[in-house]
Design a protein around this ligand. Sequence first.
Ligand SMILES: [Fe+2]
Length: 232
Amino acid sequence: MFDCHCHILPGIDDGSKNVQMSLKMLDMEVRQGVEGVIFTPHFYADMNSPETFLRRRERALQELEANLSLLPRVPKYISGSEVHYFRGMSRAEGIESLCIGNSNYILLEMPFRDWQPQFIDEVEEISDVLGLRVIIAHIERYLDQDRRLVNRILENPDFLIQCNAEFFIERTKPALNLMKTGRIDLLGSDSHNLEHRRPNLADAVQIMQKKDKKGALDHIYRVSRQIFAAAT
Ligand SMILES: [Fe+2]
């Protein structure tokens, strides 16, 4: 399994505070059977330019890499980002540089305030105009938004849908219902630390396995591998 959304890089956002914590988080991932991790620190356009963000991300990655030999096993990893939605982002300079590795997949965090039709128009433009493959981060956080707008996301095959492990652990029934529609493409721990937001993919997968009659986990595995292949 692959963790496609996490905040394990040290000292770059509200995730791991230092390299020791990052190493422990990565070790937890490996022990849970995670073979690949995508590092997705938060990108907020009002706080950093893409260039500044990428410089900071590179520094955090180098610091982690300098210490990876302390781990008995290291999963495959790639750098990406969790880009917070902003108006005009489909025309903003440097947005493509925030994609996962060398791929054109981009993890997008939608706004938490009430969705407007323009939000979805903008996301469609990221896909149609920029030609990026949009991954909607933790869709479960938006299921109470205006249903017509949520459906414009769920029914558009150009968008990939990511769920957090926590959805299966804390809201098992709706999570399994979404899984049964075959619409979950990727999983993430969205882990930030070693306590209440720790790496937890294995617990979710265990819950999914018991009810997975239609190959939902196989599909997630396939899509994750495709992204890793495209990104490296
Ligand atoms: Fe996140």
